[in-house]
Write a protein that binds this ligand. Structure first.
Ligand SMILES: [Zn+2]
Length: 172
């Protein structure tokens, strides 16, 4: 069965009694979801592993979403990526009365948007290929400004040389 962007789950049986619980493992298609710094590869699938629990006036979802991501390392700019797992927690009510609550759709819940939101919020904003990434590889990004004789200054860069940058307060 191929994953789809939607994930509608029937909850009529679950809701027969408050306190009922059901374990749910499903895949949701999330390929192409992206922030400016990272993305889910095309065809990427998020795996939802969660428990649904019945309340008297709704249900809760709690579990984990795992998904693949890729993007350029913020230091060396080489492609990097991996697999992330993030917790998900949602409350679906018959009559949602707060911004954090989602509405039940009859006897079903639509979990696709929940999974997609979790993925987008968790995509790395500052990807790093490894904790001790040394930065740009000199062979890929040669630094030529050291020797002005052999690397005459390009007038386009001259203005940049005049610029001064304040030191960053800390490296976050
Ligand atoms: Zn790196």
């Amino acid at each position: 069965m191929t994953a789809e962007p939607r994930l509608r789950v029937g909850v009529a049986e679950l809701r027969r009694r408050p306190g009922n619980r059901v374990h749910l493992e499903r895949d949701v298609a999330v390929g192409g979801l992206a922030v400016t710094t990272a993305a889910v590869p095309d065809g990427g699938v998020a795996h939802l592993d969660a428990v649904l629990e019945s309340l008297s006036d709704g249900i809760t979802l709690s579990g984990e979403v795992s998904f693949p991501w890729e993007g350029p390392c913020r230091r060396c700019l080489e492609p990097t990526g991996g697999e992330l797992s993030v917790p998900v927690r949602e409350v679906f009510k018959d009559v949602p009365e707060g911004g954090d609550l989602l509405a039940l759709d009859g006897d079903a819940v639509e979990l696709g948007p929940v999974v997609r939101d979790a993925v987008v919020l968790a995509l790395p904003l500052a990807p790093l290929c490894s904790e001790d990434c040394p930065g740009p590889d000199p062979e890929h990004f040669p630094v030529t400004s050291a020797d002005p004789e052999r690397a005459p200054a390009d007038p386009r860069w001259a203005a940049l040389a005049e610029l001064r940058f304040d030191p960053e307060p800390d490296d976050r």
